[in-house]
Design a protein around this ligand. Structure first.
Ligand code: G3P
Ligand code: CA
Length: 319
C-alpha cells in the first residue's frame, strides 16, 4: 500500500518537473536585440587595451591597439574618492604604478600623479609582476621598463570616451559597490556611448542595478548567469533560459592547479555556441593569448576573443 503511494508521488513529481520544464521552454524569450548582438562578424578585443604590448588600461595601450586595427577595447573601472571613474584593473595602485594604496582613497587628480607604465615590461616575465622583488636588482634597467617616466597616467573614463568617440568597448565594473553605477551611466549618456558598449561585472548586485539604471546599454552575464547558461547547456536545457544579457564573456575552459593547470572542463563548445545563437547571444572568450587556442576558438565560432596580444590575433586573421 505505502509502496504504491510512494510510486504515485514519484510519478506526480516527475510529471510536475516535466511540465515545469515544458512551460519554461514555452515562455522562454531570446535576448533583446541591441547593436552589440546585432553586430555580425568576429571581433578582436584588446584585453585591458592589450596588456602584453603596452601598459595595461592606459591611453597609450588603447591608442596602440586602435592603430593596429583592433575592433573593441576592453578595460576595467574603479570609483575614486571624488566619485570619478578611473580606468585601472586592480583595487590598488601597487602592481601597475609607482604608487601604492587603494584607488578609492585617491581623487582622480591625485591618482594621475603616478606612473601607470612603471611596472610595464615587454618581457612577459617582468610585466606587471605582482612580486616586484624578482626584478629589484633590475629596477633601473631601461630596456626592461622602457616606458617609465614618459608621462603615461591612469586615465579617467572620460579621457577614453573623449579620445575614442566611435570605438566599441567592453567595460568591466570592478568594485562590488552599486554607487559606481549612477556616475557611470551618466557618463555613458553624456558621451552618447550607449550603442558602443557592453558592460560586464562579476558582481550580481552591481550589474542588476546597472541594468535598472541604464536599461538601453548592453550587458554581459554576471558569473552566476554565465555558469547557469553553461551548465544548462551541458544538460540540453539552455532553451529554458530567458537572458537579461546579450553576451557571454567566459573563459574557453576551466583549469585547475591540481592537475598542473590543465583544463578539466571545456566551457566554450560547439553546443554552447549553438545554444547561445538560439538565444541571440554573442560569446566573447577571455583571455586567449596562444595562437593555437585562438585558432580553436575561431573554429568553434566564437564572436570575439579578448587577448593581451591583439597583434598575434590580427596576424592570424591576416589583418
Ligand atoms: O571581462 C572579463 C575579463 O576581463 C576578466 O579578466 O582581466 O578583468 O581579470 P580580468
Ligand atoms: Ca576585465
Amino acid at each position: 500500500m505505502i509502496k504504491r503511494l510512494l510510486k504515485r508521488i514519484l510519478v506526480v513529481f516527475i510529471l510536475l518537473v516535466v511540465l515545469w520544464i515544458a512551460t519554461q521552454y514555452w515562455f522562454a524569450e531570446p535576448a533583446r536585440l541591441l547593436p552589440a548582438n546585432k553586430h555580425t562578424g568576429f571581433d578582436v578585443i584588446a584585453h585591458r587595451g592589450g596588456r602584453g604590448i603596452a601598459p595595461e588600461n592606459t591611453l597609450h595601450a588603447f591608442e596602440t591597439s586602435d592603430k593596429l586595427g583592433v575592433d573593441v577595447l576592453e578595460m576595467d573601472i574603479h570609483l575614486t574618492k571624488d566619485d570619478q571613474l578611473a580606468v585601472i584593473h586592480d583595487a590598488t595602485l601597487d602592481r601597475t604604478t609607482n604608487g601604492n594604496g587603494e584607488v578609492k582613497d585617491y581623487s582622480l587628480r591625485e591618482l594621475q600623479k603616478y606612473d601607470a607604465a612603471y611596472h610595464y615590461s615587454p618581457d612577459p616575465a617582468y610585466n606587471n609582476s605582482r612580486d616586484s622583488s624578482i626584478y629589484s636588482d633590475l629596477a633601473d634597467n631601461e630596456e626592461l621598463f622602457p616606458l617609465r617616466g614618459k608621462g603615461i597616467r591612469i586615465p579617467g573614463l572620460q579621457d577614453v570616451f573623449r579620445r575614442f568617440p566611435q570605438k566599441r568597448m567592453v567595460i568591466e565594473i570592478k568594485p562590488n559597490r552599486i554607487d559606481i553605477v549612477e556616475p557611470f551611466c551618466r557618463m555613458i549618456k553624456d558621451f552618447q556611448k550607449e550603442d558602443h558598449l557592453i558592460i560586464g561585472s562579476f558582481h550580481e548586485e552591481v550589474l542588476v542595478h546597472f541594468r535598472m539604471v541604464c536599461p538601453g546599454v548592453a550587458t554581459s552575464a554576471f558569473s552566476k548567469e554565465a555558469t547557469r547558461f553553461v551548465l544548462f547547456d551541458k544538460v540540453f536545457l539552455a532553451g529554458m533560459i530567458s537572458p537579461d544579457y546579450i553576451a557571454l564573456q567566459i573563459p574557453p575552459d576551466i583549469k585547475t592547479k591540481l592537475v598542473g593547470n590543465r583544463p578539466i572542463v571545456s566551457v566554450v563548445t560547439r553546443s554552447l555556441m549553438k545554444a547561445a545563437r538560439g538565444k541571440e547571444l554573442i560569446v566573447q572568450v577571455w583571455t586567449v593569448n596562444e595562437t593555437d587556442q585562438m585558432k580553436e576558438m575561431i573554429d568553434i565560432g566564437v564572436n570575439g576573443i579578448m587577448t593581451d596580444y591583439p597583434d598575434r590575433l590580427l596576424n592570424l586573421l591576416g589583418r
